[in-house]
Ligand binder design. Sequence first.
Ligand SMILES: Nc1ncnc2c1ncn2[C@@H]1O[C@H](COP(=O)(O)OP(=O)(O)O)[C@@H](O)[C@H]1O
Ligand SMILES: [Mg+2]
Length: 376
Amino acid sequence: MKKPAPLDVDAILDDRGTRIIVCCGAGGVGKTTTAAALGLRAAERGRGAVVLTVDPARRLAQSMGLSELDNTPRLVHTAEGGGQLFAMMLDMKRTFDEIIEAHADPERARQILSNPFYQSLSSSFSGTQEYMAMEKLGQLRRSDEWDLIIVDTPPSRSALDFLDAPERLGRFLDGRFIKLLTAPAKAGGRSAFRLLNAGFGLVAGAMTKLLGAQVLKDLQTFVSALDAVFGGFRQRAEMTYRLLQAPGTAFVVVAAPERDAMREASYFVERLAEERMPLAGLVVNRVHFSPAAGISAARSAAAAEDLESKGEHELTAAVLRLHTGRMQLAAREHREQEHFVSAHPTVPVVQVRAMSEDVHDLAGLHQIGELLASGA
Ligand SMILES: Nc1ncnc2c1ncn2[C@@H]1O[C@H](COP(=O)(O)OP(=O)(O)O)[C@@H](O)[C@H]1O
Ligand SMILES: [Mg+2]
């Protein structure tokens, strides 16, 4: 494999100009682990870091003192040099509520929050979690209390969901169905509802039959109230988008050395370039390296076969088989990475080996941090 440039994690963490690090990647590749490990390492190097986690595994959350969803960063660790690690676990519903409370007048806010549609929209709209993570990032950054914010992205199927969320929420709110419901309401109050019935009699009639008059009314109230704060939604999403393009931001793409994850990483890297968002590099996580001293997979397979056919040295044959498997796995992972590197030769890369156990405490995070930094 043509050697990619090494990703110099410490240089990024030590650069005081780095204010935001976003960890992206396909589901299950190690985004949360990487984000937490970067946060701890940043603290160890004297920074005041806050990690915005989305879905930490339970044991990891516990070891960081995050026992429940919480929208306020909590102190996890103070390092020897005085650097600190804070962490919070995004509460999506609460973040949504906060936006409504901050941007609608109290009466309207009450209307929205108590609306039966609010609950389902705020928790089930696809992309809400991504949107809220971005929203929370914007809030933390604007407060200017944090030296370094590290964002773990939601466990979406696709890494791109994170970047697409604001646009998708916007499309939803601009959608025809929504327009149909809000347009008359804007004309004002109850007469507007009659106007709706007159102008869109057929549709409204069908919907009333389908949903019931009260439900339709609730929906209409909700949507028009939401519409009033939605200009703000849009604007802030755009602000956060610009924040992501700013020079103080570093995207770290995380992938496993497997075909789908590497392909996903490729798409994501291309998308970042299109959006002019600053990519720091790629972390290939859970890599299996070929055993250092060793015979090739082919020779060890042949030797195992030989022993097996003679019925001799069963244990040795088993060890040779195991060795063969490891060599093949390492070779396969190597090939998957090669595709990425040849397509993106200038993207810095660091490999983190697969640990024998899950990473569930600060000691484990420290170790991952060391591996992340060992690339340069
Ligand atoms: N290098 C590694 N070696 C061993 N286990 C790892 C490693 N990186 C992550 N894990 C484990 O893999 C699981 C998924 O990691 P996580 O960070 O939650 O992924 P994601 O946030 O991308 O879904 C966790 O149980 C974590 O402890
Ligand atoms: Mg995660």
